[in-house]
Design a binder for this molecule. Structure first.
Ligand code: AMP
Ligand code: MG
Length: 392
């Protein structure tokens, strides 16, 4: 049995990098950059007025000034500012030659026709200087960046309209179990609906990869063999749920080996999810997750998601927040690291473990906003103690 860190290390080492493709920047949200993006312009491109007001010479602030022109954003003054003169200017317009200061309109008064006076005590220049944010040629976004909305603004500003990004892994999801029926059916005696398959497919999509739901596999060696072979051939990552525990019909690990899967680990010291299996072929990675929906959910979050991002060239670092416990926490066994679903009080940030009856109690987990991370060896935590929480 490996511990959590060892398991993650095995999963991430040798992660197969996806190829790259160019996409329209407008469709680049949530993709991972596969090149550095450099600016083809200075930002700002010229000395720019940061306020609506009057462009003038600081030396003239104590005198009356003649307004000699008015310019809007996007317009260029036709003359420069001389002694005793100023130009009415709008935010974003290029500061005219001769001016070193823009005084705010609120700090002026009219003293005659197109004549004004500064009424403030002092003023900053109110100029955004050419290239003070970014110089032409600067790297504005680095390779491996996970593209968020703010980054789309950056791509737009520098004209990077076809950025190079990593291709998204295609991820097969297979649900094993003779007891399963599809959600649109009404389960007969002894049967339940397949919830994992769709939960996992949704988790794959939430990780911005391509989900390929491949259906329910009966608990039969030949059927499992055929399904695993096909899934490995056609996908970058394969996720099976169920069939990895110690029951009579749990032969997923055996069939994996039969399909040239090199097993990285077949037991992890985490709760839930001890029987999680991971392996890889030349081409693909494969996970066998426990069938219980809560375990399957949590183990995707902590093991599968980091691999998917790694394959796209992005190091996934989930936020780990320090949050106070609203209630004391106790457990009888502490031999494993535990990921415990918790509610987060939005006002105080206090966390309360979700009371769930067992690994099938997905209803309770649906209400959780975080996973509390309790290391092996910790039996109890007092109320108010700060604990590691990963938002979900
Ligand atoms: P297993 O890992 O196959 O032994 O399954 C453990 C438990 O999870 C059993 O109670 C199964 O009925 C349940 N289970 C397995 N697969 C699914 C699934 N796809 N959806 C919902 N529950 C499942
Ligand atoms: Mg099963």
């Amino acid at each position: 049995m490996v511990n959590f860190e060892e398991a993650l290390q095995i999963i991430l080492s040798d992660a197969r990098r996806q190829g790259v493709e160019r996409v329209d920047f407008n469709n680049a949200l949530h993709r991972v950059l596969a090149e550095d993006i450099r600016s083809d312009v200075d930002m700002p491109p010229f000395n720019k007025a940061a306020m609506d007001g009057f462009a003038c010479r600081r030396a003239d602030l104590s005198d009356e000034m003649q307004v000699v022109e008015t310019i809007a954003a996007g317009a260029i003054a036709t003359r420069s500012v001389g002694a005793g003169q100023c130009i009415r200017i709008m935010t974003g317009a290029k500061v005219p030659d001769g001016a070193d200061t823009v005084i705010m309109v609120e700090q002026t008064e009219e003293v005659g026709t197109e004549r004004i006076r500064f009424t403030g005590v002092k003023t900053t220049p109110n100029i955004a200087y050419k290239a003070e944010d970014v110089q032409k040629g600067d790297v504005v976004l680095q390779e491996a960046e996970f593209i968020k909305a703010q980054h789309i603004a950056m791509l737009s500003s520098v004209g990077a309209v076809m950025p190079l990004v990593s291709k998204r892994p295609r991820v097969a999801v297979l649900s094993t179990g003779d007891e399963l029926v599809e959600p649109a059916e009404v389960p007969g005696p002894g049967m339940i609906r397949n919830s994992n398959g769709f939960q996992l497919a949704a988790q794959v999509k939430a990780a911005h990869c391509i989900a390929n739901y491949m259906g329910i596999i009966p608990d039969d060696k030949d059927a499992t063999d055929r399904a695993i072979r096909k899934a490995l051939a056609e996908n970058d990552v394969v996720i099976l749920s169920g069939g990895v525990s110690m029951g009579d019909f749990d032969f997923v690990p055996e069939i994996m080996k039969k399909n040239q899967v090199k097993i990285g680990f077949s037991k992890v010291a985490v709760k839930p999810g001890r029987p999680t299996v991971f392996g890889r072929t030349e081409k693909s990675a494969i996970f066998g997750l426990p069938g219980n929906p809560v375990s399957s959910f949590i183990n995707f979050e902590v093991f599968v998601k980091p691999l998917l991002f790694e394959m796209m060239g992005h190091q996934y670092r989930p936020l780990q927040l320090q949050m106070p416990l609203a209630v004391p926490f106790r457990r009888k066994k502490a031999d494993r690291r535990e990921f415990l679903p918790v509610y987060i009080d939005p006002a105080t940030g206090e966390v309360t473990p979700v009371q769930y009856h067992g690994s099938a109690h997905i209803h309770a987990v649906g209400l959780a906003q975080g996973l509390m991370n309790i290391p092996a060896g910790v039996f109890e935590l007092e109320k108010g103690v700060f604990t590691d929480v990963r938002p979900i």
